[in-house]
Ligand binder design. Structure first.
Ligand code: SF4
Length: 734
């Protein structure tokens, strides 16, 4: 076992002197457990623990290095004469509050916007949404999770009436004989996850759908490599093969679903040979996929960003759900459909109110009953709650325009690197009257801010996150933060008070915030009312919904149920609902209890290749980096391993462009160009250029990505746009 070490702040606190603290990795939605052991003041040792069944990936092992990073911000910064200079908290927050008040007076509350992140804890996501709706009174709040999971979430709502990434525990996958992974590359994004698929892999049951031969595809018995933007046609072809091959689960379809006939009317026209002409995937391979899935005793269909990040992302995710329904998988123990969430709190972050159309508990902001419930918890009139606001890209695109916000507060996000058409987003940020960024380092977005607020990071604060299986986890503080930084919750509390709110309405203590979140979520789809930090501290595995147990259903006072430990709480305060590891076993969440097929058809990418831009650009991740790279690019081991972006292409594609391996190339699209070295990879499709998206400046993949939005989820089409490849520096005739 390898231990990673780093130098923590000088006043390392809770875990100092070698006291081990159980917590969770700061990065992806797997939320691997780890034990941090700060040894004196010299180093932080990282050891894996539950639920990291397969150990940690390189990002997790090196995560402690960020705690002692010299790049860490420890004092607020304010822009003065064009440059950022250190300031006191009082000056920085006073400046933010006075500028917001001025903008309110001139243009009203919707002139101030808030942009959150899928890495924020549940408590932060909750308080941020409340801050926006109550302290600012603005409807203009959304978050970067819109870029990440919103299409699968919308498709799951449509099909099942409820969205939880995996509606079953991760451990269930260990019994699978067959798993189809569509648009997912866990060998790089969350390597320990692959240990859950060992049985399916060994049994020859792993099917991977990806235009690239990724490290995940290398392990598959069957790799299907469709042309970018044609996954929906491929899903239709496999569905056709299932039905035409007599593999439809008639009893399940008749007993547990609706809408199959309409769906089949579309899919009947997608016989595998036709799907082959559109996708490039051999008809025989489509039939083989249908056979592997239908003949397995235990099978799962799992999707991720490769399916979702399209202008047809909801329908594409829906097409894979249709396939799972036709095979009778969802809502059965030992089989199912699920979506692999990306960001650390991608699940909880979309449940508690930082999304433009939602209130806590996964409630809809335009639902009168939901508004009344949340307004009651917040102590305001329902009429005081704003309505739905703009979605993430639409919000960023409106900044500084005549009818858009003129101030933006950013928490836990770096849109200058992570938003599509990022040069335009940078222009919109520059047009603001006020940009405030709360971050641990001077990210590319923070560099452009008027005020930068230095905040605590993962191991310096307590909070809960909800991982990809809907399990609520307690991330615990292991170190005292460096002097000068504050938590996001303290920042929101201080700003709310300066904007005239009563201090008790915006608590800064995370457990107190969670207690309020429980009440706000009670009765909603994502009901956390029965979750307490004491239950989490005691190690209970709680998957939502966890409703509060009615008083009369509780065990007799003073007698612990099932031998569970007492946690120092009076019995009448202790909820006992065991949580819901598996959803839909008896019924789906629609009023009739049935799942819905969706009659979806192939449309193709919004920007197909043409004579001028003959290649597809696709984007994705590498093992060593996370999201915009703001954290991982500052960890030496990770930066050294992958210091920059590159364009992965087939050697013939490079040769035709006059490029050799390692040469500097311009990947030129309609919105801009990315300048990166070429990496020749013989397994690449000759019509595809792959760009990792973790890098800044001229290497930003999002300089070329297309902000075309899905009409339902409003998720941009990150995954495919048209480009050409040329040697860098060659003048482009435009
Ligand atoms: S990045 Fe994800 S897979 Fe890697 S250690 Fe962290 S939680 Fe686990």
């Amino acid at each position: 076992m390898r231990a990673a070490t780093s130098t923590p702040p000088a006043d390392a606190g809770v875990g100092a002197g070698g006291t081990a603290v159980d917590t969770h990795c700061p990065y992806c939605a797997l939320q691997c457990g780890m034990t941090l052991s700060p040894a004196g003041r010299a180093s932080v040792r990282v050891r894996p623990r539950d639920p990291s069944a397969g150990g940690l990936c390189q990002k997790g092992w090196t995560s402690a290095a960020l705690l002692g990073s010299p790049a860490r911000l420890t004092t607020p910064l304010v822009r003065d004469g064009g440059t950022l200079r250190p300031a006191s908290w009082d000056e920085a927050l006073g400046l933010v509050a006075s500028r917001i008040k001025k903008i309110f007076a001139e243009r009203g509350p919707d002139a101030v916007a808030v942009f959150g992140g899928g890495g924020l804890t549940n408590e932060k996501a909750y308080l941020l949404g409340k801050f926006a709706r109550v302290a600012l009174g603005t409807s203009q709040v959304d978050y970067n999770g819109r870029f990440c999971m919103s299409s699968a979430a919308a498709a799951a709502h449509r099909a099942f009436g409820l969205d939880r990434g995996l509606p079953f525990p991760l451990a269930d996958l260990e019994g699978a004989d067959a798993v189809l992974l569509a648009g997912a590359n866990p060998a790089e994004t969350m390597p320990p996850f692959l240990s859950r698929l060992r049985r399916a892999t060994d049994a020859g049951g792993l099917i991977v759908v990806d235009p690239r031969r990724t490290p995940t595809a290398e392990r598959a018995a069957l790799h299907l490599a469709p042309a970018p933007g044609t996954d929906l046609a491929l899903a239709l072809g496999i569905l056709h093969a299932v039905v035409a091959g007599g593999r439809l689960d008639h009893a399940y379809v008749a007993g547990r679903t609706t809408g199959f006939e309409e769906t089949w009317r579309v899919a009947a026209a997608w016989w595998p040979e036709r799907a082959e002409r559109v996708t490039g995937v051999a008809a025989a391979d489509q039939r083989r996929a249908a056979a592997i899935l239908s003949e397995a005793a235990s099978a799962y269909v799992l999707t991720a960003r490769g399916v979702e990040q399209h202008a047809t992302g909801v329908d594409t995710a829906g097409a894979w759900i249709n396939l799972a329904l036709a095979l009778g998988l969802p809502g059965r123990r030992g089989s199912g459909w699920g979506c692999l969430t990306g960001q650390g709190n991608g699940q909880g972050g979309r449940e508690h109110g930082q999304k433009a159309d939602q209130l806590p508990g996964y409630r809809k902001i335009d639902d009168p009953a939901a508004r009344a419930h949340v307004a009651r918890v917040w102590g305001i009139e329902p009429s005081a709650l704003p309505g739905p606001g703009r979605s993430a890209f639409e919000l960023l695109d409106a900044l500084g325009t005549d009818d858009g916000p003129s101030a933006l507060l950013v928490f836990g996000s770096n849109p200058v690197v992570s938003a599509p058409h990022s040069a335009r987003v940078a222009d919109r940020l520059a047009a603001l009257d006020l940009l405030v960024v709360s971050d641990i380092v001077l990210s590319e977005t923070a560099r452009t801010a008027d005020v930068v607020l230095p905040i605590t990071q993962w191991a310096e604060e307590d909070g809960t996150l909800t991982n990809l299986e809907g399990r609520v986890l307690l991330r615990r503080r292991a170190l005292a933060p460096p002097p000068g930084v504050r938590t996001d919750l303290e920042v929101l509390h201080d700003l709310a008070v300066r904007l005239g709110q009563p201090p008790e309405r915006f608590p800064a203590d995370p457990e107190t915030v969670f207690t309020e979140l429980r009440a706000a979520s009670e009765g909603g789809p994502a009901d956390y009312s029965g979750v307490t930090w004491d239950r989490l501290r005691a190690g209970e595995r709680l998957h939502w919904p966890v409703p509060r147990q009615p008083e009369h259903d509780k065990p007799e006072h003073g007698k612990p149920e099932h031998g569970k430990p007492e946690h120092g709480k009076p019995e009448h305060d202790k909820p006992e609902h065991p949580g819901t590891p598996r959803l839909f076993l008896d019924r789906f969440a629609h009023p009739d209890g049935r799942a819905r097929f969706a009659a979806v058809d192939h449309k193709g990418p919004a920007e197909p290749p043409d004579e001028e831009f003959p290649l597809y650009a696709i984007t994705g991740r590498v093992l060593q980096h996370y999201q915009s790279g703001a954290q991982t690019r500052r960890v030496e081991e990770l930066r050294t391993a992958v210091p920059e972006a590159y364009a992965e292409v087939h050697p013939d594609t490079a040769r035709r462009a006059g490029l050799s391996d390692g040469a500097a190339a311009a990947v030129v699209g309609r919105r801009g160009q990315v300048v990166v070295p070429v990496r020749c990879v013989p397994t690449m499709r000759p019509d595809v250029v792959f760009l990792p998206f973790h890098f800044p400046g001229a290497q930003r993949a999002n300089l070329v990505t297309n902000p075309a939005l899905d009409p339902v989820s409003r998720m941009p089409e990150f995954k495919v746009c048209a480009v050409r490849l040329t040697p860098a520096g060659e003048r482009e005739a435009r």
